[in-house]
Write a protein that binds this ligand. Structure first.
Ligand code: CP3
Length: 350
């Protein structure tokens, strides 16, 4: 694999993110490091999740594990979208199995006014150190993707106090106190831009903005309450570093997400890849979009579905293969590895 990150020998992942031709379709996975990997579970048996995130040597090790094991074309930083919320002191905890919990959620205008400022350099120096360690260890073999949560998705945890079905506390704050909502989004967008720029300065080659739960909003609400903030966040990022803008349940929002920004738009599996690419326009790249549940199925089905995604991309420059969302915890590792190999084999253009 080419190791020079400048000029014609740039790795396939970065070339695709810039819509340049590649000799095969690059692939990486969301939740590349996670509970389906035995080596990750072994580390987790000895350390808490936040403890791992705070320890750059351990976090760097987790980041590198799937690169060796899966043969992916990019590494994704091991961290979490909620780390930036720790300095707000609202009682962030990663409970067993049920996902993150925020013990003192933000529900009112008064709560927003009382928010402590986020000093990014003070809050997450361990993330920047992890990026430096990973970049050094990778030595340009594959690029490193940094990431952050988008303001809506991060706010949804802060307001709901955890995962939610209907996001009613979040929507109530948005509708009842639009000025407080706007202030909250500005705080999060500003801190997130500084956070991503810090990752880029530390060596991240690309960044992904996760707006995982944005699909609960109508297009009108996205336009009014979210789009301006995401647009200013992306506009504040260091130029020249590709930005992947991802969400799920976004079929009706894709055009607006594209308007907000990003070099590559992430598609989930609820839209056919060619339809999604038409919606965002061929002057941006797309990432996606196999249903992660397909990896629970038999090898013949996985092969057929991988081929369908590649056929729909049609070999056009600017496609990065990924799942439509993260790898499920019960996924057999050999299915994941086989999928990565299949993408390389079926897309070989040399
Ligand atoms: O992709 C990767 O491998 C990089 C690491 C990564 C993690 N979280 C590690 C993690 C990334 C990119 C994230 C982002 C993240 N975190 C998102 C956006 C991506 C998405 O899935 O939509 C969200 C919504 C979160 C919040 C979060 N953190 C949730 C919902 C959970 C619980 C998940 C579950 O399965 O219960 C976490 C915890 C978390 N983040 C784990 C990992 C590996 C599992 C923690 C553990 O080991 O117990």
């Amino acid at each position: 694999m080419p190791s020079d990150s400048r000029g014609p020998a740039e790795p396939a992942f970065l070339r695709a993110a810039r819509r340049q031709p590649t000799s095969y379709t690059p692939v990486w996975l969301m939740r590349q490091a996670g509970r389906y990997l035995p080596e990750y579970r072994a580390l987790r048996a000895r350390h808490g999740f936040l403890e791992l995130c705070h320890n750059p040597a351990a976090a760097a090790e987790v980041t590198l594990q799937p690169v060796e094991r899966l043969g992916v074309d990019a590494a994704i930083l091991f961290a979490d979208i909620l780390l930036l919320l720790e300095p707000l002191d609202r009682g962030l905890e990663f409970g067993k199995g049920e996902g993150p919990i925020i013990h003192r959620p933000i529900r009112s205008e008064t709560d927003v006014e009382a928010l402590a400022p986020i000093d990014v350099d003070e809050a997450v120096p361990f993330v920047f150190e992890t990026v430096r360690m990973v970049t050094r260890a990778l030595g340009g073999r594959v690029p490193l993707i940094g990431f952050a949560g988008a303001p809506f998705t991060v706010a949804s945890y802060l307001v709901e106090g955890g995962p939610s079905r209907d996001y009613l506390h979040t929507k109530r704050l948005m509708y009842e106190s639009p000025e407080a909502w706007c202030r909250l989004m500005e705080i999060l967008a500003g801190a997130t831009a500084r956070y991503l720029n810090g990752q880029i300065a530390a060596g991240a080659d690309a960044v992904q903005l996760f707006d995982s739960w944005i699909g609960v909003l109508s297009p009108d609400d996205y336009r009014t309450y979210v789009l301006p903030h995401v647009r200013s966040l992306i506009a504040a990022l260091a130029p020249g570093t590709p930005v992947i803008h991802f969400g799920t349940g976004t079929t009706a929002l894709l055009r607006l997400m594209r308007e907000a920004g990003g070099d590559v738009i992430g598609l989930d599996w609820r839209v056919d890849l060619d339809t999604g690419w038409n919606l965002v326009g061929h002057d941006v790249g797309v990432q996606g979009n196999l249903d992660p549940a397909v990896l629970l199925g038999p090898p013949a089905l996985i092969r057929e579905r991988v081929k369908t995604v590649l056929d729909r991309a049609g070999g056009r420059p600017g496609h990065i293969f990924n799942l439509g969302h993260g790898v499920h915890r019960d996924t057999p590792v050999d299915h994941v590895r086989a999928m990565v190999d299949l993408v390389h084999e079926l897309s070989d253009r040399r």
